[in-house]
Design a protein around this ligand. Sequence first.
Ligand code: C2E
Ligand code: CA
Ligand code: CA
Ligand code: CA
Length: 278
Amino acid sequence: AKQNGRNTYAFYTESITQQADQRFRLSNQLSKAIERCELELYYQPQIDMVSKRIIGAEALIRWNHPDDGLLTPWAFIGIAEETGIIHEISKWVIQQGCQQLKKWQEAGHQLTLSINISPRDFRYDDFYDQVAKNIQSSGITANGLELELTENGLMETSGNIRELLQQLKSLGISLAVDDFGTGHSSIAYLKHFPVDKLKIDRSFVKDIDVDPADKMITETIIDMARNFNLKVVAEGVETLPQHDLLLELECDIAQGYLYSKPVPLNEFETLLEKNSLA
Ligand code: C2E
Ligand code: CA
Ligand code: CA
Ligand code: CA
């Protein structure tokens, strides 16, 4: 047994080293991924629950890794944040997002494009300038652009975030709180920050039709949003019973595999075309 324990120990040490190597490898490659055009935005439709039409999309980043294939953000956003590469990635996402939104606006689509922002982005004092510059150079109508921020991220960030958010809003864009309800500051958040929308975290939506507590939490968030004059998006809607219940609770917008998973641009545009015919 002792012998075994030793082997086990050796095994784990090796695997931790391997993990470190893997992270080192990924972070080196990630710093070149932008110029090599390996990053890609996928789009997941957001559905107006009453009209059932696509009224927006969330941009979700993917990495077409030369050896490992298509990587989801879980594989590399953490590394990007630790190494600071997130700064470059966010710049790229904002630029791509604005350019794409411009095309949709020119084609006559009324869409909100939501972009995920890392709390780390606020550490760089050129964040506001980045957003302002891209709105200008792309020529988008700014009210089609939305930034998604997680509540924990913001509360942990020092500096005058409230002022920064107000400046961002003065550009005409909107702000959404991502994963709402999972942080330790949800309600204080609404008091401090000028947000427009709450995204109810998937963990509440998952069992909404079977777990009374989850239903009650969701109902409470929706009521609260009403009182604060905010829109509500339900994340991770996978089944019709979940959809029906959210509609009954008067949730405004839904997003999830029930309607569509995140898809590459051309597939999203096919969905959009169907949408405008509907
Ligand atoms: P998130 O912002 O909470 O995004 C929602 C995640 O849930 C996405 O995972 C999406 O694919 C997934 N999802 C959507 N509908 C369903 C559903 O019905 N069921 C289930 N099980 N999952 C669903 P994804 O694309 O892997 O992104 C993971 C996270 O990575 C995002 O969580 C976001 O925090 C981060 N992320 C994605 N894109 C970016 C980006 O461009 N910049 C930054 N900073 N973070 C990003
Ligand atoms: Ca999000
Ligand atoms: Ca989310
Ligand atoms: Ca999340």
